[in-house]
Write a protein that binds this ligand. Sequence first.
Ligand SMILES: Cc1ncc(COP(=O)(O)O)c(C=O)c1O
Length: 390
Amino acid sequence: MKQFEQSDALKRLPEQFFAKLAGKVNRYKEAGHDIINLGQGNPDQPTPEHIIHSLQSAAEKPAFHKYPPFRGEPFLKQAVADFYKREFDVTVDPEKEVAVLFGGKAGLVEVSQCLLNKGDKALMPDPGYPDYWSGVAMAEAEMHPMALLEENDFLPDYNAISEEDFEKAKLMFLNYPNNPTGAQATESFFEDTIKLANQHDFCVVHDFAYGAIGFDGNRPISFLEVEGAKDVGIEIYTMSKTFNMAGWRVGFAIGNPSVIESINLLQDHLYVSLFSGIQEAAAEALLGSQKCVEELAQTYERRRSVLIEGLRGIGWDVKAPAGSFFSWLKVPDSFTSEEFADYLLEEAKVVVAPGNGFGEYGEGYVRAGLNTPEDRLVEAVNRIKQLDLF
Ligand SMILES: Cc1ncc(COP(=O)(O)O)c(C=O)c1O
């Protein structure tokens, strides 16, 4: 069989760190171990029924069996605009300021291809969601890490970035509520970001994947709520987490019209839009009852409390996340992140994601997800307790 060589762009792609972790976990499962997997970020609950029913009836509409409009169904873009108005009091033009995406991940990779040239710089949260790196690598651009440190509440310290690096930057990625640290942003932080973006002409891409998951009464802030945000950037919203629709692959880019136009232009060449039945069900999710979203956030908050209080109860000094469905846990001094994750897997059959997979500044931490029922979180704590580490 001929082996065709991959293009240079593909060769530049970073290693999929978490594919390696999944392989390791599968080997333990195949060996018959009862694994508690806190390593993943995959919502564990089903999509609410009214959304499923909407797709079922939409599937029967012959009009939806044809190609959908290239840039998405106008009714869905209007639903996104209505959702942003209702949830965040943000006004957007559905045609010029909303792009329909095949999930947030697609948009996060596409935006680098839209805005970056060879040698350009992208400011990147570290630790951060690894998919940001992929688009930057394919564009032959360079990453400039912004350390997210516990002492700064996991917000980047802009004073630590030189004027020169800001000048070279074309893009900045941000993500709050944050994966992996569970931190939330503040309005004043976004104000500082907008000021810098204006001063240095870079585009801000705020990944709002966990926009519905805030704890202790702290509602997550949309970047677009802050004055001037639309002048300098976009927000990426996904149906995956808010509505347990990760398998449906629906997301949106919202904000600066020139960036939305670029994303739409690229997508005109890559795809025709999503199946219109999925678009109709997504509109139903955005416009229908939001009781399921409230319940979802409460479920994650209860799980968060079970895990954090449990771990504190066995002597592990851990910080409670303010949002997202992740806990960012400092590992004992004698371990690296990877050693500790391996140790928990081998000795307790508990999977956590090693922090170094999210970047250099993730070293010293592991990420535990809350996509597991409360009784299994209790069991995970009990298993870790047996190891007598704390
Ligand atoms: C921070 C962050 N951004 C984006 C995504 C992508 O979500 P999706 O592609 O399902 O919309 C995820 C998924 O895990 C995520 O954690």
